[in-house]
Write a protein that binds this ligand. Structure first.
Ligand code: NAD
Length: 452
């Protein structure tokens, strides 16, 4: 596959996408100006330089971000992303969505996100470790189990979380609750790695039942075959009987109308094979992936991939399920609405990851371990409750699911969901600390170390 196998992304920034969704929702509920100001901007953000000694001895300097959008409901929570396109606006948009997501799931966290502008594929494992440790040092002033708890996101995984834990613990003592998505052997939760994909599947199951689109035998197309896309493909095929007909990664995809052999494809990619090189189907580009007729289309890679200019008018699916964060631009959203294609939005569809991160954090604080079955059972109950509340309010107000979730107003149980929860807690804390954390410990507030 050539570089053209990659699908184009919107030029609209992640922050603009989140702002547009927020404004639309805030207008619907006549949100007070001061509350718009608080919820429309981050509580605290840092940009850091991250000098890293490369294997050949020279030093490269990367740029990193940690942005805490809102901490009114609990410690800030959100992943860390390593990507060449990770910049301030992308990280801010993602941090904002985390506030809505944790509130909708009613877990005691606020929203945050981090990122380093880097192509990790260019780095050796040792360089990646040095980058992670240096980035952790630089942002450690913001972190802590009751302050801000990172997790994996694009191009980061349990190993990266283990380095973050080790670096944080070297200063503060062993603190497993300081980061989630860790290896199970270091206090990670059973079921965390697959949790986001599993949560997407649970939401699809509920929608399938409600809207008469059975998952069994249905055609599923997934863009992105990493943590979210890979686990989702495996689970919907194995546990819901769906036919995953196409998936893609950054270099292109593969299609098989009879249904892909997902375990075999996962074994191929685990051996560092590209999806498009797998012989169990026909190679396609990411462009072609969008045109495949299917029931469920799940973007599970990056933001801004469904756009007005590119593909919103030509998608051939019945439902879009946002496994990724911010995959659909606001104008594409409107086109899909016109075309009668529902969008199950990111902060509901992919909330399984942060939900099980909460279980991991709670297990760490209690020094107690749940079984995998218990994790899955609790996840299903929590995400289904979020889904039902949103569905009911959407029905009641005859409106788009995304607006309903974001505003959280309008009566019924769902009115206590996202908007209501963040608003209420933020109102209660705003005067004191602007929706963040009330206290700063002087030991945590030490300056970052200098470069080595
Ligand atoms: P990942 O790094 O594990 O996988 C990303 C996948 O997307 C890879 O297969 C990669 O090749 C593919 N990809 C990257 N750029 C692409 C492009 N331009 N076109 C097509 N495919 C491309 O990341 P992940 O953790 O699976 O995250 C995927 C999405 O899900 C992100 O939007 C992330 O923010 C969101 N998300 C992740 C979690 C989590 O727990 N990991 C939780 C909630 C939301």
């Amino acid at each position: 596959m050539t570089a053209t196998a990659r699908a184009p992304r919107a030029t609209m920034s992640g922050k603009s996408i989140a702002d547009s969704q927020f404004d639309r929702a805030a207008n619907l509920i006549d949100l007070e100006p001061y509350m718009r100001r608080i919820l429309g901007s981050p509580f605290r953000e840092v940009q850091v330089e991250v000098p890293v000694r490369m294997d050949d001895g020279h030093i490269e300097v990367f740029t990193g971000y940690r942005i805490q959008h809102n901490g009114a409901r609990g410690p800030c929570k959100g992943g860390i992303r390593y990507h060449p396109d990770a910049d301030h606006d992308e990280v801010l948009g993602l941090a904002t969505i985390m506030t809505w997501k944790t509130a909708l799931m009613d877990i005691p966290f606020g929203g945050a996100k981090g990122g380093v502008t880097v192509d990790p594929k260019r780095l050796s494992k040792l360089e990646l470790e040095r980058l992670t440790r240096r980035f952790t040092q630089r942002i450690s002033i913001m972190l802590g189990p009751y302050r801000d708890v990172p997790a994996p996101d694009v191009n980061t995984n349990a190993q990266v979380m283990a380095w973050i834990l080790d670096e944080y613990s070297s200063r503060h003592g062993y603190t497993p609750a300081a980061v989630t998505g860790k290896p199970v052997s270091l206090g990670g939760s059973l079921g965390r790695e697959e949790a986001t994909g599993r949560g997407v599947m649970y939401v699809m199951m509920e929608y399938a039942r409600d809207f008469g689109l059975p998952l069994q035998g249905s055609r599923v197309v997934i863009q992105g075959f990493g943590n979210v896309g890979g686990h989702l493909a495996r689970l919907v095929a194995a546990e819901a009987g769906a036919k995953v007909i196409a998936v893609s990664d950054v270099d292109g995809g593969v299609v098989n109308e009879k249904g892909l052999d997902v375990p075999a494809l996962l074994a191929h990619t685990a051996g560092r094979g590209r999806v498009s090189e797998w012989k169990g189907g026909t190679a396609i580009t990411n462009e072609q992936l969008w045109t495949l007729p299917c029931d469920w289309l799940v973007p599970a890679a990056l933001g801004g991939v469904i756009t007005k200019e590119h593909n919103a008018r030509t998608l051939a699916c019945k439902v879009v399920v946002e496994g990724a964060n911010e995959p659909t631009t606001p104008t594409a959203d409107l086109i899909l609405e016109e075309r009668g294609i529902p969008v199950i939005p990111d902060f509901l569809a992919n909330a399984g990851g942060v939900t099980v991160s909460y279980y991991e954090w709670a297990q760490n604080l209690q020094q107690y371990r749940w079984t995998h079955e218990q994790v899955n059972r609790e996840l299903k109950a929590t995400i289904t409750k979020g889904y039902v509340a949103v569905r009911d309010l959407a029905k009641q107000r005859d409106s788009r699911v995304r607006d309903r979730i974001t505003t959280g107003r309008g009566g019924g149980e769902a009115s206590g969901q996202l908007g209501g929860r963040v608003r209420r807690r933020t109102e209660e804390t705003a005067v004191e600390n602007g929706g963040g954390h009330a206290s700063e410990s002087s030991t945590d507030a030490r300056p970052p170390l200098t470069a080595s």
